[in-house]
Design a protein around this ligand. Sequence first.
Ligand code: 5GP
Length: 192
Amino acid sequence: MQLLKDRILKDGVVKKGNVLKVDSFLNHKMDIELFEEIGKEFKRRFADCNINKILTIEASGIGIACIVAQYFDNAPVVFAKKTQSINIDGEVYSTKIQSFTHNKIYDVIVSKKFLNKDDRVLIIDDFLANGCALEGLVELVKSSGATIEGIGIVIEKGFQRGGDIIREKGLRLESLAIVDSMDDEKGIVYFR
Ligand code: 5GP
């Protein structure tokens, strides 16, 4: 998606440790006009899918997913919650996720009330790096018996292994910008 790539080149900041900061338009200050274009693009790419629910993970995925949902007949958005204490009464689906940005493992849950076997889910997230967050979301959907129609990622870091892991599972993954490499000294991002 050229508009997104141009914006990353203009406002993205390459940090040490292969981190791309996009907090001035994507995951801290949010550019809603850009989000609307992202929503239209996901709709175009998943036009043949019969999606009735959007799943994301807190916090950065929520804003994006809410705008994207408007292009999928206002499908409800469910976000996986990060939690310290797992509810063991069986009312939630849960899994563990290793955080790339915070370098720790946490539990994520979705209430069984909000995801079930009849759902046809589009998973949305801001970044795909090593794939841990996404693998966790995939597992939550699988526990519910729902169908994963597709996965929409705004920025995939193609030099990390997440994209391969997800595609090898046979899942339909669409990333709007795939970063091939980054140079933190020159501050340059190279796209696939
Ligand atoms: P993964 O689980 O695929 O390794 O990482 C996914 C999560 O880590 C994303 O939801 C995002 O919040 C965060 N993340 C990974 N890489 C980056 C990055 O380069 N920049 C930012 N801002 N977040 C990242």
